[in-house]
Design a protein around this ligand. Structure first.
Ligand code: RFL
Ligand code: PHB
Length: 394
């Protein structure tokens, strides 16, 4: 097989890139290690920045999002048992959308298969070769276990944190920055109408909690737990008990319903530099991870591939490699901004196991300042709704 761009990974990064390239008339093949049901069934992000929604609209892939997505204009910070609204749209003129990553992926997969764009699920033994030459190739086994070779001009490594692309880069080329947090999130999806219209980010002595949603009938909730917490130790009653305790506030209560999905996710901040080696370009979680407190991972993945598609357009149009050469630096500027924001939200809202009473009082003072100061709440709002994309989607 031969193509122009080989894309490894059919998460949001790989799928959005494939659609951007289709629009530009650049051929690509997407290789995905898992099957379609698995890829579409992963419960993950729920918050889309305005910029991400605009990219999906630009691609003509926002019909269901326009119908089922829920625009939000504010969020609540709840601490010391009291809620404070941050009016995101009043402060920034922008809003966010509640629309599950599952739905985004479903929409993108369906549209790609409809147009006959190559998207191979269930591939295995994926290996990228010769990306430091002018003729890279990707070797893999197809869904039937047959060995295949995909020759390409370039490879896009969109295969997430545990993928093979980053690992295939020789030692000494990349510099990585990592922070593991001493806690994780236990997340549930529950069949119950959300008890709130806007997201609630809650700090409590017992730990952080987040009330989010997926639809008028589906709630998504998270609890700060130990990073290696065994989900088996969390029967539904314990989860609801803990959620009630942390969210407790006068005149408000949390509705319970059947839990249809639950799991524990560790929290980390991670960046690799540069996001390129020869003709291999890393994008999304393959290059960086943010803790979910800022709701940024998917949005950052989309921003990367917009920059990459724009650079590829220039390269194929007039052979100009300038934008490809600038890809890593342009992305990393935004990546570090978002890293700082995600780290800040995480540090401000979670109970730190190493905090003494002084640390706790400083944290609460910071929350009170963010909730009460126009300047400080604008900092939160501007970052939360998302900074403008580095380039217009091509
Ligand atoms: P993905 O989604 O991990 O996709 C990578 C794909 O590559 C495949 N793959 C391979 N394919 C071929 N060969 C191989 N060797 C391969 N190895 C792996 C994988 O099967 C997969 O399909 O990365 P991508 O595309 O970069 O997208 C990143 C986002 O998925 C991620 O950043 C977000 O989910 C993070 N995140 C959130 N982001 C937000 O913007 N807003 C949120 O509200 C938000 N909440 C969250 C989150 C992530 C969470 N978890 C579980 C990590 C909440 C949670 C709980
Ligand atoms: C979610 O709805 O899954 C969600 C919302 C906000 C976050 C993280 C996750 O910060």
């Amino acid at each position: 097989m031969r193509t122009q761009v080989a894309i490894v990974g059919a998460g949001p990064a790989g799928l959005v890139l494939s659609h951007l390239l289709d629009r530009l008339g650049i051929e690509c093949v997407v290789l995905e290690a898992r099957d379609r049901e698995y890829v579409q069934g992963r419960v993950r992000a729920g918050v889309l920045e305005q910029g991400t929604v605009d990219v999906l609209r630009h691609l003509g892939l926002a019909d269901r999002l326009e119908r089922d997505g829920i625009p939000h204009h504010g969020l609540e910070l709840r601490f010391d048992g009291v809620g404070h609204r941050i009016p995101l749209t009043d402060l920034t003129g922008r809003s966010i959308w509640i629309y599950g990553q599952q739905q985004v992926v479903e929409d993108l997969v369906a549209a790609r298969l409809e147009t006959g764009g190559p998207l191979l699920f269930d591939v295995s033994d994926v290996r990228v070769h010769d990306v430091d030459t002018g003729a890279p190739r990707v070797e893999f086994r197809d869904a039937d276990g047959e060995p295949r070779v995909l020759y390409a001009d370039l490879v896009a490594g969109c295969d997430g944190f545990h993928g093979v692309c980053r690992e295939s880069i020789p030692d000494g080329v990349l510099r990585t920055y990592l922070r593991d947090y001493p806690f994780g999130w236990l997340g549930i999806l529950a069949e119950v109408p959300p008890s709130t219209e806007e997201l609630i980010y809650c700090r409590h002595r017992r730990g952080f909690a987040l009330h989010s949603l997926r639809s008028p009938a589906l709630s998504r909730l998270y609890l700060q737990v130990d990073p290696d917490e065994d989900i088996g130790d969390w029967p539904d009653e314990r989860i609801w008990g803990e959620l009630h305790a942390r969210f407790a506030t006068e005149g408000w209560s949390l509705a319970e319903g059947p839990i249809v999905d639950k799991g524990v996710t560790p929290m980390r901040s991670f960046v690799t530099e540069p996001m390129r080696y020869g003709r291999l370009f890393l994008a999304g979680d393959a290059a960086h991870i943010v803790p979910p407190t800022g709701a940024k991972g998917l949005n950052l993945a989309v921003a990367d591939v917009v920059v990459l598609a724009d650079a590829l357009a220039a390269w194929y149009r007039d052979g100009n490699a300038g934008k490809l050469d600038a890809y890593s630096e342009l992305c990393l500027r935004r990546v570090w901004r978002v890293q700082q924001f995600s780290w800040w939200m995480t540090s401000m809202l979670h109970v730190m196991p190493d905090h003494d009473e002084f640390g706790e009082r400083v944290q609460r003072a910071e929350l009170a300042y963010v909730a009460g100061s126009l300047a400080a709440s604008t900092v939160l709002a501007e970052n939360y709704v998302g900074l403008p994309l580095p380039v217009e989607p091509p």
